[in-house]
Design a protein around this ligand. Structure first.
Ligand code: GMT
Length: 386
């Protein structure tokens, strides 16, 4: 019997942690010989070059003139059902509850019970959207009707259960990094473009939404650079960018802050940093902290959501209460002024990222869930984590 699966994956294809995880997972599954069909409104940005076993199906939206809002969700659900039928998919794995889990539920109604649905919750689909009364009941329905539900941290499972009064089991599947991509890169020459040899580099990478508290990054940096020669590098783009630029201007820090915009090769960029700043208000996991960890860079962050499950306080970074910029600045200064401590943290980061969040192990966990919902025996797919 052929034990390889045919899997449909839907995610947000543009910048964002959930899209990154979904795409990287799809690539790993394809490497294992599974057939992976991405169903989305554009090609996921991390998909990269051609890879065997990966297919892409674009959703086209009907923009008939009577529609004030073209019904993307309905077109997506229909496309999922069409692809499921034409490609004989075993299951749909949807990332982010709104609208993807709801669309998968509709697709299953069109295709029949043979099509299984696995939903992965990533964070704001629960922590923000499930608090919205206009969406709450729909999200609960989609979660309850999925054949399996996974979440990227214990904290997100807890919050899902509490906010939506969910009784069904939710599997914990942490995010992962691909060690073939995320390892400390030689960044010496790149570093020289931004900092002198005696200056340290603080970095923040995000989509600059209010939950990221980018103002805190600036405030921490203001305090740090008074005591340690340092530069601050921002990577990404988003709505809070103008506010930050004003603040940096007001503080007279223009010469010490660089904006790199969106970047593809995050491993190369992160390898320039001495610390990563993640002072978020909400963060179900904090994929960027894992990417930094895998490149040997510790995180200075908040205790929000799932961050403490990833960043070990005092070992692979330091965590403070949300908004406590003074404590974050003190911790940053401690790390930046003690070379032995910094070396210990770097080693602990590499060990933890490459052992505890290894791509093969997490891919295997997802495969076990797939075979379970299909009622099939799990083939022996032993993960290889070094
Ligand atoms: O954090 C973002 O703004 C993007 C967001 C997303 O939906 O892509 O990230 C969420 O999913 C990531 C991957 O699982 C997690 O690492 C992030 O912590 C989570 N973001 C929040 O919870 C705010």
């Amino acid at each position: 019997m052929d034990k390889k699966l045919k899997i449909g994956i839907t995610c947000y294809p543009s910048l964002g942690g959930s899209g990154v995880v979904a795409t990287e997972l799809g690539k790993l599954l394809a490497e294992q010989g599974h057939q992976v069909h991405f169903i989305a409104n554009s090609i996921p940005f991390r998909l990269g070059t051609f890879q065997k076993n990966i297919f892409y199906h674009e959703v086209e939206v009907n923009d008939y003139y009577v529609f004030r809002y073209p019904p993307y969700d309905l077109s997506l659900a229909t496309k999922m059902a069409q692809v499921a039928k034409s490609q004989q998919l075993d299951l749909l794995h949807v990332h982010y509850a709104v609208p993807h889990a709801v669309c998968a539920f509709l697709a299953k109604q069109m295709v029949g019970d043979g099509l299984k649905v696995v939903t992965t919750l990533h964070g704001t689909d629960i922590t923000v959207l499930a608090q919205d009364e206009s969406l709450k009941d729909l999200i609960r329905l989609a979660i309850n009707e999925s054949d399996a539900v996974t979440a990227v941290s214990q904290d997100l499972i807890r919050e899902t259960v509490e906010l939506l009064d969910i009784q069904r089991p939710i599997d914990l599947t942490y995010n992962f990094i691909d060690k073939r991509i995320y390892y400390p890169r030689d960044a010496a020459s790149l570093r020289r473009d931004f900092a002198t040899p005696d200056e340290k580099i603080l970095m923040h990478i995000s989509n600059f939404r209010p939950v990221k508290r980018t103002q805190d990054v600036v405030e921490v940096f203001r305090q740090v650079q008074e005591q340690v020669p340092a530069k601050l590098l921002f990577v990404g783009e988003g709505p809070d960018l103008p506010k930050m630029q004003w603040k940096i201007n007001d503080l007279g820090l223009n010469d010490k802050v660089h904006f790199l915009g969106k970047q593809d090769d995050i491993a190369q960029v992160i390898s320039m940093a001495d610390v990563l700043m993640l002072p978020s208000e909400k963060e179900s996991f904090g994929l960027v902290a894992l990417e930094a960890m895998a490149c040997g860079v510790p995180t200075i962050g908040s205790q929000a959501g799932g961050i403490p499950e990833l960043v070990l306080h005092g070992k692979t970074g330091y965590l403070s209460a949300i908004g406590d910029t003074q404590s974050m600045a003190e911790n940053t200064i401690r790390l930046l002024t003690d070379d032995r401590l910094a070396a210990e943290f770097r080693e602990a980061c590499l060990q933890r990222a490459h052992h505890d969040f290894c791509n093969d192990a997490i891919r295997h966990e997802y495969e076990q869930i797939y075979y379970r919902v299909l009622g099939r025996e799990v083939p022996n797919l032993k993960p290889v984590c070094g």
